[in-house]
Write a protein that binds this ligand. Structure first.
Ligand code: PMP
Length: 309
């Protein structure tokens, strides 16, 4: 029962949702060569709809396709305009916000790993509530360190949001959920904390030092991570982008996840150990509040993060 767009932007044109179909021989379906984005649009305080950090998301999409050597048949401006057009034509449907999913993928034609088929591009939109639940946002979630490892930086291309790479995330997520947890935390091949299955991770230690794994570890360069670094540093707090051990999470005062879908989600438990007081701590709350104010257009200093449709 997802509220979804009536139309899909497919290869440059708006088509009906039902017509957003691809052939079984789509190369990406077999081998995973595709790149996608997850973008949120929010209803701002004055009732308008604004897309959060659209330019950064489109830039990352084009970085991903460049890394995969996929030729993009559209310019950044055309894909940007496609996102806005999709929302504009369905303004009422998405009056309360929307999640946008642009995807570029290798289409059908030849098969085999050496094939180079034309890249196809689609944008869909739907209404996606809190990814880890409203209760998760309010009270925090329970996470488990995964038995699956985040792949080495020369296995997965970590600066890309590449479709096939998500099998690793799905295996970790399923394992965690089947085990009764809400989310999986993946370690890198050396055993250091990387990120969650679809979120970056921050922690606050007992001395109040805020840390997050560095971009040289196998993590996505999250746009929410970047926004949170900005919010924290602008508030006069320092954040260390450093290697984090698994047990550092256990003895932290606060742990939280950041991501477009998950927004700012507190983590109240890691591997059955209560984090801090088992509820969102003051820094997590500060970040959450400021982030939600920013996306709703209530923080003038972050007004440049919003593109009104
Ligand atoms: N890591 C992974 C593996 C993700 O899929 C995501 C979601 N895109 C993130 C981190 C968070 O990135 P962002 O803040 O740009 O959504």
């Amino acid at each position: 029962n997802v509220l979804r767009s009536d139309e899909i932007w497919l290869d440059g044109k708006l088509v009906k949702w039902e017509e957003g179909q691809v052939h079984i021989m789509t190369h990406a379906l077999h081998y995973g060569l595709g790149a996608f984005e997850g973008i949120r649009a929010y209803r701002t305080h004055d009732g308008r709809l604004a897309v959060f950090r659209l330019r950064e998301h489109i830039d990352r999409l084009f970085d991903s396709t460049h890394i995969c050597m996929m030729k993009m048949p559209f310019t950044r401006e055309q894909v940007t305009e496609g996102c806005l057009e999709l929302l504009r034509t369905q303004k009422e449907l998405f009056a309360n916000g929307a999640y946008l999913r642009p995807i570029a993928f290798m289409g059908d034609g030849a098969m085999g790993l050496g094939a180079i088929n034309p890249t196809r591009v689609a944008i869909t939109a739907w209404d996606w509530g809190a990814y880890l639940g409203d209760k998760g946002i309010r009270e925090g979630i329970r996470a488990k360190v995964s038995s699956f490892t985040r792949m080495h930086v020369n296995v997965n291309m970590v600066r890309g949001k590449i479709s096939g790479q998500y099998v690793n995330s799905i295996l970790a997520k399923r394992e965690a959920v089947l085990g009764g947890y809400d989310e999986a935390i993946l370690l890198d091949i050396s055993g250091f904390v990387a990120e969650a299955s679809g979120e970056n991770i921050f922690l606050v230690n007992k001395k109040g030092v805020i840390k997050t794994p560095p971009l040289s570890s196998p993590i996505l360069d999250g746009i929410t991570r970047d926004s949170v670094l900005r919010i924290l540093r602008d508030s006069g707090r320092e954040v260390e982008e450093v290697t984090v051990t698994r047990d550092a999470l256990y003895i932290s005062n606060e742990v939280f996840f950041t991501g477009t879908a998950a927004e700012i989600t507190p983590v109240r438990e890691v591997d059955n150990r209560t984090v801090g007081e088992g509820k969102p701590g003051p820094i997590t709350q500060y970040v959450q509040e400021t982030y939600f104010r920013a996306v709703r257009g209530l923080e003038p200093r972050y007004a440049h993060w919003l593109t009104y449709i």
